[in-house]
Each structure stands twice: as structure tokens, then as C-alpha cells.
Design a protein around this ligand. Structure first.
Ligand code: FAD
Length: 425
């Protein structure tokens, strides 16, 4: 198998980004060229700000260009009551509205700017992995439906027809869900942002961030950058740039495999109407079929100590159970990336210093929500009353036992995988 994100095969080409070769001054410096940072940059440039985006690698290097590309209009918070408990009544209403509307907002954005990213809103199936999961997931879907989620329930015959998988007895369908080619979307956003005047720099790790004379100063590749305001959108790739931020999220490593274009016999039963699918296991499975006849299959892996990803063996074992028509030898690509979890499963907006905001922690559902957050970060930067935004401002606090959890992730994943397998019978 090739160690390469499948998306690099089918995304529209983008030349390697430009490097910073002189000192720079701008209104707003955005750190991170993923969905969040580029959405923020676009909104700011359209409002007339001079904006520079810096990425330690390049546009879409992080989760945005590696993700499953599923557009799921839901937070990972299980039930409305849990969200209300986490953020209080006012923010509950606002966060429910923006999260349930996030898929529609994404597809509207893609349409507005004509972004070439194979966007399709054909629905998302959440498959129940056992009867207990069905009861829990149904109760949660009924609760969310009271707030406009629009989940429908399906049973054995229908879920088998819509997925091509014999392993699930029931599930819920969100017609608002869909898929994008994620690297295509992040490159497309970069193109639109550049057309609006944003300057995007690659191989541009921001370091030594400090506040000097009411402005921010940092060094990027040895060059000095000055900005009135700074937006941090580094999510699962957060480093030590701003004190404490790295430990405010728990990085986790989803992994994926993809086939090349499949034979008609292998492909025909798989997700024939173009839905995406994920399931209710602790270490969830997610999958989709591509316009070129390939299939993507993902799950949760783990980071080994020396920058290598683990967990592909589980995917290769699980895939034939979920999609028996696909031959084991058809899997051609494997890759993964880093997401960021928060202690309460909600995305976090931080404003830890004057003129500096950060948005991160999508808990693995960031394709649609990161675009919501990016716009909100731009609004905050442009001076919106912080209390008027859809997210509460969270303090930058370390997640309990964050370091232990990061280093113990491999062991914990094995344990969770075992429990999932036992529940499948
Ligand atoms: C394998 C995988 C599958 C996923 N599947 C889905 C899915 O199907 N649906 C869904 O909704 N979500 C999914 N997600 C989550 C989703 O992709 C993320 O939540 C989202 O892309 C986060 O975007 P972002 O812009 O905030 O961060 P990222 O795209 O991660 O960007 C952060 C960037 O910050 C840069 N950076 C870090 N530090 C610095 C620094 N000091 N200076 C400069 N640059 C820096 C990094 O290089 C990186 O490019 C998945 C994630 C992964 C990894």
C-alpha cells in the first residue's frame, strides 16, 4: 500500500505555496492554512483587512487536506441536554442552530464561490452497531429532531440497500449530510481567499509570538512579522506557539485507507445512492464512495512514538466485514492525520490575550464546523461583541492527564477496539 492521502490523486492541482522572504506587516496574521484559518482569512479580506496566512507546511497539510470529507451537521455531543449542560441555555440555542445548519452553510459557500471539490449533499447514514447502540442513538436523534436535525430512522432492509453492508440492522439518516473532496475544498478556499487579497505562505512556521507595543510580533522562517491581530487555527497540530494551548486539546489520530477505481462487481453494492456512512462504535468506522469509483474507509488509529501512525491493520480487518464485495487486495492508499478533542466535546473559542483569538477542538467533526468557526473568528477579530457570538469564550485550560493520554493513546485504542469487537458478537 502507498503511504499517501488518496485526495492528492484526485484534487485540483495547486502549486507549492510561496515562502516569506522579507519582513511583513499586516492587519491580521492567521496561523494555520486549513479550513478554519482560510475561512477566517477570506471573511477578513472581504471586510477590507490585509491578511497573511502562515502554515508550517502548506495549504491543507493538516487535517483539512487529509480528512474523511464527510459533511456531518452534528456536534459529537450525544444529546441536546449534554450540550445545554456544557454551555448553558443561551449558547445551547446558538450552537445547536449553527451546528445543525453547518452542512447547508458549507454547501452554500461552495456554490457561492464555485469551488471545485466534488461537493454532494446526498445524505449521511449513522449505522447502529448493536441493539443497545440503536436505542441510545434513536433516543438522541429524537431529541435532536426537536431542534430541527431532521433525522429519519431506517431498519434492516433499507440500511442494507443503502449501504451494501450486511452488518447493520438499523440506523439514522440525515439528508443534510454529504461529502466533499477535502483537499479540493481547502485548495479551493485558498484560491478564493487569494483572489480576495489574502497572502498565503507555506513552510512558514510561526514562532516566538509576543505582544510588543499593542501589536503582535512573531518570527516566520527567520523573518519578522508584525500584525495588529492574530488568529490561531492549528487544531490537532497545535505546538508551543501560544503558552498552554497545546495542552488545552487532546490530539487523536484517525486513519484511512482507499481503493483505486473498483470493478463494477466490487463497487455496485457499496453506498449506491452516494450516502456517506459512519457507525456508532466507540472507535467509529466511516466510509464513502468516490466519483471515480474508489471507496474510502476510515477509523481511529494512534500515533506511535516515532511519528508513525498505527491502526491500519484494524481497518484492513474490518473492511471486508463491512463491505464484503471489496477484495482485500483492492486497498491501495493509507494515511492519517491529527484531530483535536476537547473535554466537553464542543469546539472551543479562546481569547486568551488582547487582539488574539483561537478556534479549535472539533472532536473529529470539523469539516463543516471549522468553516463556521473560521467565520466567527473573523467576526471576533473585526470587533463583534464577544458575547454575541455563537460560541462561548473558553479559558485555555489543560485537559486532565493530557500528556498521559497522548502517550497512552495506543494502549487505550487497543482496549476500546476490543470492547467494540466484543459488542459485535
Ligand atoms: C483522518 C481524518 C479524518 C477526518 N474525517 C472527518 C470527516 O469525515 N468529517 C469531519 O467533519 N471531520 C473530519 N476530520 C476532522 C477535520 O478534518 C478537522 O476538524 C478540520 O479539518 C480542522 O481544520 P483546521 O483548519 O482547524 O485544522 P488543520 O486542517 O489541522 O490545520 C492546522 C494547520 O496548522 C498548521 N500549524 C500548526 N502549528 C503551526 C505554526 N506554529 N505555524 C504555522 N502553521 C502551523 C499545520 O501545519 C496545519 O496545516 C478528520 C480528520 C482527520 C485527521
Amino acid at each position: 500500500m502507498e503511504d499517501k492521502p488518496f485526495w492528492q490523486v484526485t484534487a485540483p492541482h495547486r502549486d507549492p505555496g510561496r515562502t516569506l522572504d522579507a519582513e511583513l506587516t499586516c492587519d491580521v496574521a492567521v496561523i494555520g492554512a486549513g479550513f478554519t484559518g482560510l475561512r477566517a482569512a477570506l471573511a477578513l479580506a472581504e471586510a477590507g483587512s490585509s491578511v497573511a496566512v502562515f502554515d508550517a507546511e502548506d495549504v491543507g497539510f493538516g487535517a483539512s487536506g487529509r480528512s474523511g470529507g464527510q459533511v456531518n451537521p452534528m456536534l459529537t455531543v450525544k444529546r441536546p441536554g449534554d450540550l445545554r449542560k456544557a454551555v448553558g441555555d443561551t449558547y445551547f440555542e446558538r450552537m445547536a442552530e449553527v451546528s445543525l445548519g453547518s452542512a447547508d452553510a458549507l454547501f452554500a459557500l461552495v456554490k457561492k464561490y464555485g469551488i471545485d471539490c466534488e461537493a454532494r449533499q446526498k445524505g449521511w447514514i449513522r449505522a447502529d452497531h448493536n441493539p443497545k447502540a440503536k436505542a441510545v442513538s434513536r433516543a438522541a436523534a429524537e431529541d435532536w429532531n426537536r431542534f430541527g436535525a431532521g433525522f429519519e430512522f431506517i431498519e434492516r432492509a433499507e440500511i442494507e440497500r443503502l449501504t451494501g453492508s450486511p452488518t447493520y440492522d438499523s440506523g439514522t439518516v440525515s439528508a443534510k449530510g454529504g461529502a466533499v473532496q477535502p483537499l479540493g475544498l481547502v485548495r479551493g478556499l485558498a484560491k478564493v481567499a487569494e483572489a480576495a487579497g489574502v497572502k498565503i505562505y507555506a513552510k512558514a512556521r510561526a514562532e516566538n509570538l509576543e505582544r510588543v507595543d499593542q501589536r503582535w510580533r512573531m518570527s516566520v522562517g527567520g523573518k519578522s512579522v508584525r500584525a495588529d491581530r492574530v488568529i490561531l487555527t492549528t487544531n490537532g497540530y497545535t505546538d508551543g506557539l501560544f503558552k498552554g494551548l497545546r495542552r488545552a486539546v487532546l490530539p487523536l489520530s484517525p486513519v484511512q485507507i482507499a481503493t483505486g477505481p473498483l470493478s463494477e462487481e466490487e463497487l455496485a453494492p457499496v453506498l449506491p445512492e452516494g450516502h456517506t456512512i459512519s457507525d456508532t462504535r466507540r472507535l467509529t468506522m466511516y466510509s464513502r464512495r468516490e466519483p471515480n469509483g474508489s471507496v474510502i474507509f476510515g477509523g481511529i488509529g494512534y500515533q506511535r512514538l516515532v511519528e508513525r501512525l498505527g491502526g491500519f491493520q484494524w481497518l484492513l480487518r474490518d473492511a471486508p466485514r463491512v463491505f464484503p464485495s471489496i477484495k482485500p487486495e483492492s486497498w491501495r492508499y493509507r494515511w492519517g492525520g491529527r484531530i483535536a478533542l476537547t473535554h466537553d466535546s464542543t469546539p472551543h473559542l479562546h481569547e486568551p490575550a488582547p487582539g488574539l483569538v483561537a478556534g479549535m477542538g472539533y472532536n473529529g467533526r470539523g469539516v463543516a464546523m471549522s468553516l463556521v468557526m473560521g467565520k466567527v473568528l473573523a467576526e471576533a477579530t473585526l470587533g463583534a461583541e464577544i458575547e454575541s457570538l455563537p460560541f462561548p469564550v473558553s479559558p485555555v485550560e489543560p485537559i486532565a492527564f493530557q500528556r498521559t493520554q497522548v502517550f497512552g493513546a495506543g494502549v487505550a485504542m487497543h482496549a476500546l477496539r476490543m470492547r467494540d469487537r466484543m459488542e459485535l458478537g
